[in-house]
Design a binder for this molecule. Structure first.
Ligand SMILES: C[S@@+](CC[C@H](N)C(=O)[O-])C[C@H]1O[C@@H](n2cnc3c(N)ncnc32)[C@H](O)[C@@H]1O
Length: 475
């Protein structure tokens, strides 16, 4: 039949070719998965590209869910191919795994998910493989119970770590490191890493009580629970956009995990002090320090990343709408290589309080960032350790004798935490560990380590995995 050539004919064509509702969402999610898995990009950064789309929440949920279970779904889908899945074009492999995720986890009937994946193949530039997508995912629907059971059940031929790695969709190296570090807890850690993360708020108690926030929140027909061990921390029953959170736009309320809310109070800062936040961006903890301790003499926020450091300013602009906070001096630099211009602000032994919230593997926040399972390599840990050692040593040099430095990470690997801090203490005879402050309630499940304290993800406290150490220096 001749192709219609009129404008109406073309419009009919376009309509006839219009993908089924949901196919574009699935295609965008699978492109995000490919960008992480094959492009090595962080999911947060990739998903920013979809921020303006009406279906951004659905794209995010599908992409993060697929990344969460990727290491289990990939071999299950791969078993249905007559060639190695690693040899497929990345966009096609990502679409197959994303489609399998939807078959397994979406509330839509499995056949609908298959149909959407077939439609999406056109949108991700894999139209010629639509037959393959259809055939593989149909078989996945029929055989997934056995395919995923193979991935989950330990047997004589599968050592326990490999079985745990497959069933929890974690890389084997990480399972081994977690089992070695936390033999009694590692299975619970693997399970917690696959949970959907809670959304926790920090209410600035100087401006608003938790009760008043709860009243306002319930008036919106929503539910939440106060975190018993951390005053001002409130976990929402369901995540919500920040635009609906009362008090967010004026800084009375911020989004911050309960474990992260311990860093500022651990500093025990007082009015009149100079405080350095050495790895400050995007400024969640800088703002907490400023709100918790009015009357600071000076608050200096350092970060090596200029774009992220601007977010510190945004955070303070939001909060200054309702309260006059100390102005924060922002310095964009590598703390381990201070410049001539920064030297006036960063004099040795000039800060009563220093926070080193060091860059780390993020192994305590995998539930929030499931791409960490796919992006981290075991060799990264040594690189993080080198940075952490340099940053902690630089922080100690800036600390006044009798002052207090808090080192923290969102890692649960001892190599980045107690072992690292122990090595720095051993190399610096002036430095020593300080105790947990008497006035600060310890969260349930806090593990007392040879140096410092560790929270594991989920577990009793319900927060992210976090490590903290408090250090001082002698004259
Ligand atoms: C864990 S994040 C900090 C999070 C921040 N404290 C908060 O609560 O919002 C670590 C930060 O360290 C910064 N960083 C990494 N290396 C640095 C260096 N050598 N000097 C200063 N900042 C550095 C990174 O850019 C990153 O923003």
């Amino acid at each position: 039949m001749k192709r219609p050539s009129s404008r109406h004919g073309r419009a009919r064509d376009v309509l006839a070719n219009k993908p089924a509702p949901g196919a574009a969402t699935l295609a965008a999610a699978s492109e995000a998965v490919a960008a992480v898995v094959s492009g090595g990009r962080a999911a947060d950064e990739v998903l920013l590209d979809t921020a303006e789309r009406i279906d951004r929440s659905a794209i995010q949920a599908i992409a993060l869910g697929t990344l969460r279970w990727y290491l289990q779904l990939l071999p299950a889908v791969g078993a249905l191919l007559d060639r190695p899945i690693a040899g497929l074009p990345p966009n096609l492999a990502a679409l197959l795994v994303t489609g399998a995720h939807q078959v397994e986890y979406s509330r839509a009937p499995p056949q609908t998910s298959v149909h959407l994946a077939v439609e999406a193949s056109r949108l991700v530039g894999a139209a010629r493989a639509s037959g393959l997508v259809n055939a593989v995912l149909r078989r996945f629907v029929a055989e997934r119970a056995e395919l995923l059971a193979v991935a989950s059940t330990p047997d004589m031929a599968t050592p326990a770590d490999e079985s745990s790695a497959r069933s929890s969709a974690h890389p084997l190296w990480l399972v081994r490191q977690l089992r070695a570090a936390w033999p009694e807890h590692y299975l619970a850690i693997l399970a917690a890493n696959n949970e959907h993360p809670p959304m926790t708020l920090r209410v600035d108690l100087a401006q608003l009580s938790s009760d008043d926030f709860m009243t306002q929140w319930r008036a919106l027909g929503r539910e939440a629970a106060v975190v018993a061990w951390r005053p001002g921390a409130i976990t929402l029953a369901r995540p919500a956009p920040i635009s609906v959170i009362p008090g967010f736009d004026t800084g009375r309320v911020s989004v911050q995990d309960a474990a992260a809310q311990l860093a500022a109070p651990l500093l025990q800062a007082d009015a009149g002090m100079r405080v350095l936040d050495a790895c400050a961006a995007p400024g969640g903890k800088t703002l907490h320090i400023a709100q918790l301790t009015p009357g600071l003499k000076q608050l200096v926020a350092v970060d090596i990343d200029a774009a992220r450091l601007r977010l510190v300013e945004d955070n303070f602009a939001r909060a200054n709408a309702a309260a006059q906070l100390v102005s924060v001096e922002r310095l964009c630099l590598d703390l381990t290589q201070p410049t001539a211009e920064s030297s006036a602000l960063l004099q040795p032994q000039s800060f009563e309080r220093v926070l080193v919230d060091a860059p780390c593997s993020g192994t305590g926040v995998i539930r929030r960032h499931p791409d960490i399972k796919l992006l981290r390599r075991p060799t990264d840990i040594e690189q993080f350790r080198a940075k952490q050692r340099a940053l902690l040593s630089a922080g100690l040099k800036l600390l006044r004798p009798g002052g207090r430095l808090v080192y923290c990470t969102c890692s649960i690997l001892p190599a980045e935490n107690e072992l690292l801090v122990g090595e720095v203490l051993a190399a610096d005879s002036r430095a020593h560990a300080l105790p947990w402050p008497d006035a600060l309630p310890m969260p349930p499940g806090l593990l007392i380590r040879p140096v410092g304290w560790q929270l594991l993800p989920g577990q009793d406290a319900g927060g992210d995995g976090f490590y903290y150490a408090c250090l001082g220096v002698a004259t």
